[in-house]
Design a protein around this ligand. Structure first.
Ligand code: ASP
Ligand code: MG
Length: 331
């Protein structure tokens, strides 16, 4: 079966006018006799707004129950999927919208950062066989107990690549509001150049270091299953960029990127380099609290960590508790 997976990001699905453009693109692609699976993000800033709402309703609880939060955040993508499906059906095109669960995206129970463990494609395939356009909510799955999970911020890219791999799709296109992959974020460096192609490895490095165009886990999965990703603009006819396996020897510099909104935490004590107990406690807290450490450095007297600014206060409290308060109790 000839399957195309297209993913439309938050800024592409922001309002009715933009969804109309996407409907036309989808209809065009469908007319080429392709079976279509469309993955959508939440509209515009919906996910951020839902997080702020959760914070507001809990008087800024810094440690929101992750399971409840996933339940709430999953509704953003459901709104987009249903609106797009309503529009396409109204225009006379057979279309169905599926949640992550209905699409068979099974994850572990790591709420807020769930990992895909399997994709059961039978439901999607039976709709495709009946000639439906299938719209799937990005960013979400279901655990083996039936709980809704989310895959981590920006996770709709991952949903798209995972579905492309599971469905053995011919094309995986990720649409956003920029023309493709640039040598730097074009919003930061206006002179940045659009790249025709880039290797999985370089893209992985860049997206892990802050390039927002593709989610790093989606690139990692694309590399594993050798899924060629086209990164394109929803609103222009630019040919975009392709992320793929690259065997060409080439010594050009391709990317410069930066990560915003990060903080450095510095933990000071004697002989830190050999303080295995402290090191393992730091990683244990980071793991339990789902805090990503972007960079770590060690010296004789300090361990420096770079983490998200938003999580830094909470992380510091936890580190203080486990490294200093508990140590005092012992003395
Ligand atoms: N809506 C989710 C987010 O804003 C997922 C995504 O857009 O990829 O993080
Ligand atoms: Mg994104």
């Amino acid at each position: 079966m000839n399957i195309t997976v297209q993913k439309y990001g938050g800024s592409s699905v922001e309002n009715k006018e933009k969804l109309e453009i996407i409907c036309n693109k989808i209809i065009n692609e469908k007319n080429k006799e392709n079976n279509l699976v469309i993955v959508v993000s939440a509209q515009g800033k919906t996910t951020n707004e839902l997080i702020s709402k959760a914070e507001e309703y809990t008087d800024n609880n810094l440690n929101l129950p992750k399971k409840d939060l996933d339940f709430l955040l999953s509704t953003g993508e459901m709104q987009t999927a249903s609106l797009l499906s309503l529009m396409l059906n109204t225009k006379g095109h057979k279309c169905v919208c599926l949640t992550g669960a209905q699409a068979g995206i099974i994850t572990n129970s790591e709420f807020g950062n769930a990992k895909i463990i399997d994709i059961v494609t039978s439901n999607i395939l039976s709709f495709l066989e009946d000639d439906y356009i299938v719209i799937v909510t990005g960013f979400q799955g279901i655990d083996t107990l039936g709980n809704i999970t989310t895959l981590g911020r920006g996770g709709s890219d991952l949903s798209a690549v995972a579905l492309a791999a599971a469905l053995n799709a011919q094309k995986c296109e990720i649409f956003s509001d920029i023309d493709g992959i640039y040598s730097a974020d074009p919003k930061v460096i206006p002179n940045s150049k659009l790249l025709d192609e880039i290797s999985f490895d370089e893209m992985l490095e860049a997206s892990s270091a802050g390039a927002k165009v593709l989610h790093n886990r989606s690139v990692n999965l694309a590399k594993k299953y050798n899924i060629k990703i086209s990164s394109k603009n929803t609103f222009t006819n630019s040919r975009g960029s392709i992320v793929q396996k690259n065997l060409k020897e080439d010594f050009d510099i391709h990317f410069i990127t930066k990560k915003d909104d990060v903080s450095k935490i510095c933990i000071v004590g004697p002989m830190m380099l050999s303080n295995k107990d402290a090191i393992s406690k730091i990683f244990k807290v980071a793991n339990e609290e789902n805090i990503e450490i972007y960079m770590i450095s060690f010296s004789e007297l300090a361990i420096n960590l770079i983490v998200d600014t938003k999580k830094s206060q909470y992380f510091m409290e936890k580190l203080h508790e486990i490294l200093i308060d508990k140590q005092k109790d012992r003395n």
